[in-house]
Design a protein around this ligand. Structure first.
Ligand code: NAG
Ligand code: NAG
Length: 879
């Protein structure tokens, strides 16, 4: 069985292997290098059409392979997380490969097939705060041309008085024709429009950037010449790398605007100039130990800034929770200058300590607001808000997510909204999101970064100015169907309420809508009447509108709201919501979390080449490595710390194996697929003979696939691949991807490597490097199973036995010998074990800092959790 590394794709070259082989392009002779690694990208165009906040964006890139052999061409686009991809086509030498939206399960089967045939896959990956990444790579023959065209759509939402459209610009090389061309059409008339690039000041852009607006139309064009793209006059690398942001707003002469086209309507509502409704606001702040340091300081800074923005009519209090709950005042107090002064002193004194009791913190805050209302402590015409900030998972008191949600739901009883702010990555964001949504609020992630205080304050600004509460939008009975959400607990200044639906009778003459809400002084009703004939005529006259934009806007909004509702639904209701959202996604061609895009060869539905998938929020994990989004990740890292995550429980178990250096342990053994993974233990440099204090790690890993006659040996220095007797060796200094049918190996220089066997078995090996002259420690490896769903039910080994679904029950949580780490009893595999709450680190994303995973630690080498005893897993050699 001859082994061919076909095609060995070198993504980044570190040893200049390929550079000599390029034909000199005529362009290079002119001193302009437009060919990078054999590929010339000769055109990139981002075309945006926005009609009534609904944006339709098309990104087109054209490239030619000027090398004398086949080359990989990659297309990367970062698009807003709130956008849905609606189309993608690939054109190679004039042959069009169209994209089709399919139900995810159907698409996945085709994708598996494509991968097993060695086809390149495109993915949407999580990426940054507001954007996610769409990537596709294709192999292009020498001299061939390729065109990528990606379309995505989104409804721009109004925040702080404007709509913002982000375009990530990152061409990576000089592009002969680079252009952003945006046309905005707003029937209400445009009141302001701006555009700026994060990578260069506008005056330096000079003639490259033009922006203008007049009446209903706005236009932004960014067309830098080759010289304007260079990072310096003699440079050949591109300056274009960052965000290009277009912002605008519309005239607000009337509080509402209704547009109707082809039987679909959209109703925008944003009244101006109303007085702000006083707020009763409780800040529930996590001050647990993990908030230590910068996070705590940024929280204090943000709270101080928020106090500056408080209005004298507002009432407030602070609830701090760690292992227990403390409050600033016993009840809400008015934001008088004296009280604010005292509040500032209190905020400055906040310190971190202990565990995380989310449940009791929230319940205390909620009951305080309820009591303030009952005892008429706060004004009648005021609105209550809970803002909770946490950076971790509940780990003391009531720590079951479902139970906390139930308690909070019952306590709030739909009376006011809860906003959850999740600080950093070490938390169960889905839990915070779901809990906020089911209490009429929403969750926000605060990214751990130097601007975290600004993010917190920015969030506060969005909810600081409620102009109306209990907003209801009403239409004449029986005139409207398929209405999107039409009641909102608040209308905040600077935002906008959008409702869309379908007319029962397309030929009706008059359209009437009422918006009712409670204002600061009195109850208000805004009535909007529209003469249909006039409206349709006015909109059509523009000839500007892309086809059925209101219908698509309605579909977008409906799908978005169904998906949101689905997060809190169970059983039949969830299936129903899923079915409705799926049907609309398929009908209107949206890549949502329920659908995927499959790119097919013409007249060959069997031969799929690429796929687009939308990632969810949640714990931010494997996506950054481009691995599949499966969430159960058994792993072993550090002083062999085994972590078994159980996603159904939102929890994890962990254990250590304490054995002598030189011992080889079996991690995975699958008799059906023939896969084996073993790890060899190393110790610290000056090994302490005392097994209690010594630290051991994995220094060498062996992955073997008997059926493929294939082995990989990974040490902290090098990576060796054997196919039968044929051997290839790589260093951790390489960045390479090697693929063959049913197998791909990617080495990310000095960081990690990903080994995948088809779609369904995928491992990540993380390299931990320590300072070479470190007196004690040495380099070691971590091993993560990111996907195991294609391994057989017979799979065993220290990690392999946990690939099968298993359950455990935690009870009797009580203080342990270490006051910060409670003990508990768990029942697992018919054993009753005493375990201790602890945390381990997941280093896949960031090898230096890691991501904290809280888990129940099983003592004595995992006794009772693992089948048999740990010595059963000792094997004589790596292979
Ligand atoms: C997708 O884009 C291609 C190329 O522009 C176009 O021919 C095709 O009609 C589009 N498909 C849909 C469903 O819009
Ligand atoms: C499912 O949705 C349909 C409307 O599409 C509705 O008539 C039906 O009652 C729903 N069923 C459940 C169980 O919610």
């Amino acid at each position: 069985m001859a082994f061919v590394w076909w095609p060995c794709l070198v993504l980044t070259l570190f040893f200049g292997l390929e550079t000599s082989g390029f034909p000199r392009s005529p362009l290079r002779l002119l001193g302009v290098s437009l060919v990078v690694d054999g590929i010339e990208v000769y055109s990139t165009k981002i075309s945006c059409k926005v009609t009534s906040r609904f944006a339709h964006n098309v990104v087109t890139t054209r490239a030619v392979n000027r090398a004398d052999k086949a080359k990989e061409v990659s297309f990367d686009v970062q698009l807003p997380k709130t956008a849905f991809i609606t189309n993608f086509t690939l054109t190679i030498d004039g042959v069009i490969y169209p994209g089709n939206i399919k139900e995810k399960e159907v698409a996945k089967k085709q994708y598996e097939k494509a991968v097993s045939q060695g086809k390149t896959a495109g993915l949407v990956k999580a990426s940054g705060r507001k954007l996610e990444k769409f990537t596709v790579s294709v192999n292009v023959a020498a001299g061939s041309k390729v065109t990528f065209e990606l379309t995505y759509e989104e409804l721009l939402k109004r925040h702080k008085g404007k709509y913002e459209m982000y375009l990530k610009v990152q061409p990576k090389q000089l592009v002969r024709h680079f252009e952003i061309d945006a046309h905005i059409f707003e029937p209400q008339g445009i009141s302001m429009l701006d555009a700026e690039a994060s990578f260069i000041t506008n005056d330096l852009l000079g003639s490259a950037l033009t922006k203008s607006f007049s009446g209903k139309k706005g236009r932004v064009s960014f067309k830098p010449s080759l010289d304007q793209q260079r990072s310096c006059p003699t440079c050949t690398d591109s300056l274009l790398n960052g965000d290009f942001t277009i912002t605008y707003d519309v005239n607000r002469e009337s509080p509402a605007n209704v547009q109707i086209v082809n039987g679909y309507f959209v109703h925008f509502f944003a009244p101006q100039g109303l007085p702000v409704v006083p707020k009763n606001i409780v800040f529930v702040i996590d001050v647990s130990g993990s908030m230590y340091g910068r996070k705590m300081q940024q929280t204090r800074d943000a709270l101080l800034k928020i106090l500056e923005d408080m209005k004298e009519e507002d009432y407030l209090n602070f609830i701090l929770f760690s292992g227990d709950v403390t409050t600033w005042k016993d009840h809400l107090v008015q934001a008088t200058p004296d009280n604010l002064k005292e509040a500032r002193a209190f905020v400055r004194s906040i310190k971190d300590q202990g565990m995380t009791n989310i449940n009791d913190g929230l319940l205390r805050g909620i009951s305080m607001l309820n009591k303030a209302r009952e005892e008429k402590l706060v004004p009648e015409r005021s609105t209550s808000i809970v803002i909770m900030l946490t950076d971790g998972d509940a780990n003391t008191g009531e720590s079951r997510p479902e139970k906390i949600r139930e308690n909070v739901r019952n306590a709030i009883g739909d009376k006011f909204p809860l906003y959850n702010l999740g600080f950093g990555d070490n938390l169960n964001y889905n839990f915070l999101d779901t809990m906020a949504l089911e209490n009429n609020g929403f969750a926000r992630r605060i990214y751990e970064d130097s601007d975290a205080d600004l993010q917190l304050h920015g969030f506060y600004e969005e909810v600081a100015n409620p102009l109306l509460t209990s907003v209801e939008v009403e239409y004449p009975e029986n005139a409207i169907q398929d209405l999107t959400k039409n009641n909102y607990p608040h209308f905040y200044d600077g935002s906008e309420i959008v409702v869309a639906g379908r007319l029962v009778d397309r030929d009706m003459n008059n359209f009437k809508a009422d918006v009712k809400g409670h204002g600061a002084m009195n109850d208000l009703t805004f009535t909007e009447e529209v003469d249909m004939k006039e409206m349709e005529a006015a909109l059509k006259e523009q000839g500007y509108i892309f086809g059925n934009y209101i219908e698509r806007l309605w579909a977008y909004l409906t799908i978005e709201q169904l998906l949101e509702k689905r997060k809190n639904a169970y059983g039949e209701e969830k299936e129903n919501l899923t079915a409705q959202a799926l049907e609309l996604s398929l009908k209107y061609n949206f890549v949502t979390p329920l659908t995927s895009m499959v790119v097919t060869k013409p007249e060959d539905n069997e031969n799929q080449a690429a796929i687009a998938d939308k990632p969810g929020e949640g714990r931010q994990r494997a996506e950054s490595l481009g691995t599949s989004p499966f969430s159960d990740v058994p792993s072993v890292d550090g002083d062999p710390h085994f972590i078994i995550q159980v996603p159904e429980k939102d929890d994890a178990l962990c254990f250590n194996i304490d054995e002598d250096p030189g011992t080889v342990l079996n991690l995975i053994q699958d008799p059906v697929t023939g896969l084996t993974v073993n790890g060899k233990i190393i110790g610290d440099k000056g090994i302490s003979p005392d097994s209690k204090t010594r630290k051991t790690y994995f220094g060498k890993l062996g992955i073997a696939n008997a059926q493929m006659d294939f082995r990989i040996e990974v040490t902290t220095d090098k990576i060796t691949l054997w196919n039968g007797d044929e051997r290839s060796t790589f260093s951790w200094l390489d960045t390479i991807m090697a693929t063959r049918v049913g197998l791909s190996v990617t080495i990310n220089r000095k960081k990690n490597m990903v080994v995948s066997f088809g779609d369904g078995v995928s491992f990540v090996i993380v390299l931990h490097q320590v300072w070479k002259k470190h007196p004690v420690h040495q380099d070691f490896l971590g091993f993560y199973v990111v996907d195991s769903h294609r391994m057989s039910a017979q799979t065993h080994g220290l990690l392999g036995q946990f690939f099968h679904p298993f359950d455990f029950e935690v009870s009797d949580i009580h203080p342990g010998s270490d006051p910060t780490k409670p003990d508990a009893t768990i029942v697992v595999k018919n054993h009753r074990l005493t375990v201790t709450r602890g945390s381990q680190k997941d280093f896949r994303k960031d090898v230096r800092v890691g991501t904290k995973v809280t888990c129940w630690f099983v003592h004595n080498n995992g006794e009772g959790l693992i089948d048999g005893v740990h010595t059963d897993y000792i094997v004589p050699s790596l292979f």
